[in-house]
Structures are given as structure tokens and as C-alpha cells.
Design a protein around this ligand. Sequence first.
Ligand code: HEM
Length: 469
Amino acid sequence: MLDNKIIKIKDLKSPKGAFLLGHLPQFNTYNKHQVLERWVEESGDLFKINFVGKEFVVSANPDFNNKMLRMRPETFKRFSKIEEVLKEMGVDGVFNAEGTTWKRHRKPIAEALSVKHVKAFYPIILDKTKTILEKFKKYAEVEHVVDVQKEFMAFTIDITTEVAFGYKLDTINNSSNDFQKHLEVIFPMINKRVTAPFPIWRYFKSKKDMVLDNSLKSIENVIYDVINKAKRRIEKQPKLKEQPSNFLEALLVENGEANFSDEEIYGNVFTMLLAGEDTTSNTLSWAIFYLAQHPEIVNKVREEAIEVYKNEVLSSVYDDIELLKYANAVAQETMRLKPTTPQLYLESNEHIIIENVSIPKGTSIILQNKVAQTQENYFSNPNTFTPERWLLNECPMHEKHSPNVMRAFGGGARYCPGMHLAKSEMIVLISALCKHFNFKLEVKPEEIKERFEFTMYPENLKVTFKAVE
Ligand code: HEM
């Protein structure tokens, strides 16, 4: 890529594929990201694959990926299939909007999720953290083997629904509520449809497609009802304009120039629910995966917690989060090794040459961002879980440290606007969990598998909690 010769896509290497079907049979699996990782080993950090003749470029080159991410929304967009599939489900929000529509959506969304607003939502995070700590305390008393992925999902669903639109669910204590059941249907179906070679559901609806339609309808009814109530509440209580108590109110208040239709408000509330749950709960689960294997790290998080919030159960002051630097480093290191979105899917809006590679208009590109985050070139001892590498004053002990290749929250103008909210949730919970518990893996680490269903989570993670005396 470094000499001046222009490289065309046809010149790129390609891993071994099947006759006619190309690479589809190998990619048709639950761990697509690991298939891509294997292909990177086989064909280098820029190569092409094809699914039944449809060509895709795959890039694991962080500079190349960074450039593409930064050229949005003008030169690159998300896979058009993502927009198609989500719109078809009635979701018309910032994640799938493109071009000027995206710009119109992004400003009020970013504003509604700004640090200022997250600070106002903080009591919700505290309340849910206390609730889950209580539950884990009871589990610890009877040495219950905990399916942490399920518990953290309940935690993030409760936070996200209350932050998104003031809906109090208490999934933590009541795991079988209907709203959550409907939400659980959505992600796997998005994944299935975005990666399907043919949109069969448009011609024939399977049982799963019908279940999806039913779930979408139920969620729609709930959200529209809440939108109407929020509008009336803001009219009656003008102080909410200054300090909205949830994302929906913040969005209605920040709506100004964007002038969202009710469908767009609905689309964005729904987007929050989808974008804010699995991503955060998966990262928390992966954090426990590592913490359970590193009691010395749990101790360090605990020492920091005692120093910052003394005898309190958890950090009750929002500004304390800044002081929980080691808990933050644990979250950061978890996202380096186990990013919940290991790859992003883009498409070029126009012909462009990047680093001598000619990319025609309409090219589909898979950005495999996880690879660089775990490569020796960018991080010393890349496969060891070392939160210290994220602490400024301790970092020099590692020769290589390249935070700029981290893409766990994406990059460029479309980076994740929920980052402050997610980090607040994760830091508060990781800190409080380590303050009160030790963890033991009940399954061998090698039996815990990465599983990809639009986001990547640990399958088979079972842990017991032991309360600290
Ligand atoms: C650990 C938790 C999270 C991770 C790892 C994560 C990761 C990501 C990534 C990789 C993207 C794509 C960025 C890009 O295209 O460059 C994204 C987009 C997005 N995320 Fe998050 N996210 C998390 C939590 C949240 C939360 C809590 C919310 C809100 C409640 C949220 C809302 C969004 C939205 C709205 C977008 C679309 C942004 C756009 O297209 O302009 N995310 N996130």
C-alpha cells in the first residue's frame, strides 16, 4: 500500500472460498468476527471476499479504517442494508439516518446524551446499581451460580428504558416482563436480516418474522403512549425544559431546529433502547470475565473505591466518577480485548482513493477494528489484561500503547453519542461490585466463547459472588 501504484479491488488478495457461494458458507456462523480475524491472518489487513458474487472489502488496517470513519457522512455511510432493514422495522433514527438527515438527527441526540444530561440521569444509574447489588448480595449468601450476562442485561434494560423515556421496569427483580421479552426478539432478527443474502421475509413470513412483527407493534404502542404523555408533562411543568428527567424529555426540549416528526422521535427512542443495552451489558460481562481471573485487580479497584467513597455503598456523587480512574481503566482494557462491536459495516457514496487503494462508489467495506486492538504493533503484551496501561502515570511500563487505534465506540463524527452514559454505568457498577464482592469463574475460561449477534458477548459465563467481610 505504500508505493504510489494505485491498487484496484480486483488486485486485492482473497482467502480461500467455495465455488459459486464464495465465502458465504464460512461466514454463515455465529462468530462472524472470528472468521474475519482468521482471514486477516490468511490474507493480511486488506483483502476482498464475496458472498455469492457480491464483493466486500475487509480492512483491519487502523489508519485506513480511521480515514473511512472520518469521511462520514459525505464519502461513506453505513451499509445501506442496515438502513433498509431498520426502516422496514419502523425505526427511523440517528443510527440508520444518512447525509443531511443524519446531521439533523445527530445534534439533538448528542445534546440529549451530553455529560450535562447524563449527570441529570445519574440518580437512575445509582438506583439500578443499588438494586443489582442487593440481588448479588442475596446470590452470594446462597452461593448461587450467576448467569452474569442475563443479570447485566436486566440492569442495562432497566437503566436504558428509564433514561430513554422514564419507563420503570425493574427487570432486575422481575426477569420475565413482556417489554424485555419483546426487545430480546429484535437484535438477533436485525443481525439475521442484515446478513441475509436474500430478503426472503418480504415474500414469505416465517414464525420468527411474525413474532418480530408482534414485538415491534407492542413496543411501538408503549413508546407512542409515553411520547404523548411526555409532551403533556413538559407543557405543564416548564422546569423540565431546564432539567429534563430523561432522554425523551431532553429530545423534545432540544428538538428546536431538527423539528422531528413523532415517527422520528419514536425512531430515536427505539434506537436508544437498541444501542444502549447489549453494548453496555456485554462489556460489563466481559469485565467480570477478566476480574474473576484477576483477584489482584479486584483488590486494586476495591482500594480505590474505599479511598473515593469511603463507607458508602457506591459512589453517590456524579463527579466522583472522574476519581475512579482504575475502575475506568478496567472498562477501557475490557473494551480493548473484547469490543462488543468488533466490526463496523460501511459503504462508499462516491469513488475515492485512500492510501493508494481505489474504492469505487457503492463498495461495501467491513472494518474489522478488533484486530489492531490486540496486536503487538500497537499494545505491548497485547493479550494480557492490564488495566494499568490506561493510567497515564503507569503507562511507560508498556513500550507500545496506541489508544488512537481503539474503536470500541467507533470514530469520526458518528462515534457513539451514548459513550458518557455507558461509561458512567460501567464505572459505577464495576467499582461497587469490586468493593463488595470477590468473583469466581464456575466455567473454565476456555469454555467461555465469544458469540456475535450484531454485538459480541460471552457465551456460557457463569460466576459465583462472595461478599467481602
Ligand atoms: C459500552 C457501551 C457501548 C458501546 C461499546 C457502543 C459502541 C458503539 C459503536 C461502535 C457505534 C458505531 C459508531 C460509528 O459508526 O462510528 C455506536 C453508535 C451509537 N451508539 Fe453506542 N455504544 C455503547 C453504548 C451506547 C449507549 C448507552 C447509547 C445510548 C443510550 C448508545 C447510542 C448510540 C447511538 C445513538 C449510535 C449511533 C450514532 C450515529 O450513527 O451517529 N450507545 N455505539
